[in-house]
Write a protein that binds this ligand. Structure first.
Ligand SMILES: Cc1ncc(COP(=O)(O)O)c(C=O)c1O
Length: 427
């Protein structure tokens, strides 16, 4: 029976010749219908910072489900959830919940346009902000970023995409005063696959302030992960707006736009019919801040606030990265494994420097080369055959519940997979 295009419900779950079919999951592990057990680094596409079915989150969701899943009204948990966001995220003077990260970036761009009265959006090549029209494509000659058909040319005309790390190019684009917002993944394209230079964020902050352009950090992946307060707390650079999802909602659906009260006030109702009808930004959304996501999200944010889970996840990630690089060294296969905090990226079959004395891509090494689709697919398949599930085949997330045993099993699986790829002539 054929129900789904290509048999999947999210692009990244497409695996040739076929994807795995999972029946249950607990902690850092998941089990498929054939009974195979996997060490999981997909971790709910980065949402499960406390692993699968964490007892505190499960309890909070089950208790809330018994009290109702949708009140169609304000409730205590949404307030608690929003206040936790404000406590942790430096830019979050006010918060608006959405149902996903894609909706959060859609709302952030709309707010920025309404606030500045400008139309253009500046983004960076290969930075991912969800699948909505304003960020999912640019006009063909302008960038080598992937693009999708089905987006009207008039929409694409307002999105400019340029290579990251080039401040003079940013300044050139901002100078004419037409750009409403600059949006970026603040550790670099595709959650740091192409890392940013250290001075880039500070330079962007300065340039966007000078040109009255709204600076949006898309912290859907990095928020609550690279530190309890995200990239902005870790590096001390505060954007005007922040988009959040994944860890935010504790493993259930949810997103948010947080930021300057002045900008979020575009959503406010006023005692002015003209403003309400034609000047305010409207924002319905049936499942915004629904009680189940609020229960899971608030429990998650309470748990991450101390930084204890970060210390554990980061330490294991550091160990994983060091040991995977040692496998490459021993096998004589070119490549590099690198990352930040609790995410890692694997690059094999291409000459690339390895991080020394840390996990970050070496600062002076330029941009890492990208793996071909065939190598990525072979790595994903090989690791699955050895019972490790990588995110998209080229990296993943450690969590507060991964263990040293998980890391040891992963290193063994990687050694075997790299050996097989080598003997098959893939690398
Ligand atoms: C940086 C970034 N922004 C936005 C999104 C979209 O979030 P969602 O999948 O919740 O729509 C993602 C999803 O992976 C993302 O990585």
């Amino acid at each position: 029976m054929r129900t789904f295009p290509s048999g999947v419900t999210h692009d990244i779950r497409y695996v040739s010749p076929f994807p795995i079919f999972v029946e249950r999951a607990l902690g850092s592990r998941k089990w498929d219908v054939d009974g195979n057990e996997y060490v999981d680094y997909v971790m709910g596409h980065g949402a499960l910072f406390l692993g699968h079915a964490h007892p505190d989150i499960t309890r909070a969701v089950v208790e809330q489900a018994g009290r109702g899943t949708h009140y169609g009204a304000n409730h205590r948990l949404e307030l608690e959830w929003g206040e936790r966001v404000r406590e942790l995220v430096p830019s979050a003077e006010e918060v608006r919940f959405t149902s996903s990260g894609t909706e959060a970036t859609l709302m952030a761009v709309r707010l920025a346009r309404a606030y500045t009265g400008r139309d253009k959006l500046l983004k960076f090549d290969h930075h991912f902000h969800g699948w909505q029209d304003y960020v999912a494509g640019v006009r063909a000659p302008e960038s080598d970023s992937p693009r999708s058909p089905g987006i009207p040319d008039g929409t694409l005309a307002n999105t400019i995409s340029i290579p990251q790390n080039d401040l003079s190019l940013v300044e050139e684009r901002l100078r004419d005063g037409e750009v409403a917002a600059v949006i970026l993944e603040p550790t670099g394209a595709s959650w740091g696959t192409l890392p940013l230079r250290e001075e880039f964020l500070a330079g962007l902050r300065e340039l966007t302030s000078r040109h009255n352009t709204v600076l949006i950090f898309d912290e859907v992946v990095t928020g609550f992960r690279v530190s309890p307060g995200g990239v902005q707390a870790r590096y001390g650079i505060t954007p005007d707006l922040t988009t959040l999802a994944k860890i935010l909602a504790g493993g259930l659906p949810g997103g948010a736009v947080a930021g300057k009260a002045d900008i979020l006030s575009m959503l406010e109702f006023r005692d002015d019919a003209g403003w309400n009808a034609g000047m305010r930004v409207a924002h319905p959304g049936t499942f915004n801040a629904n009680p189940l996501s609020a229960a899971a999200g608030s429990t998650m944010l309470q748990a991450v606030a101390t930084g204890e889970h970060h210390r554990h996840a980061d330490e294991l990630n550091e160990r994983l990265i060091a040991e995977l690089n040692a496998v490459l060294e021993r096998s004589g296969v070119s490549g590099s494994v690198y990352g930040l905090a609790s995410y890692f990226h694997i690059l094999i079959g291409k000459e690339a420097p390895r991080p020394s004395g840390g996990i970050e891509w070496p600062d002076d090494a330029g941009e890492p080369p990208r793996m071909s689709g065939a190598v990525t697919a072979a790595l994903k398949r090989g690791m699955l055959n050895h019972c490790v599930d990588l995110m998209g085949g080229a990296g993943g997330f450690t969590s507060g519940v991964h263990t040293k045993e998980d890391i040891d099993l992963t290193v063994e699986a990687f050694e075997a997979t790299v050996g097989e790829m080598r003997s098959e002539g893939v690398v």
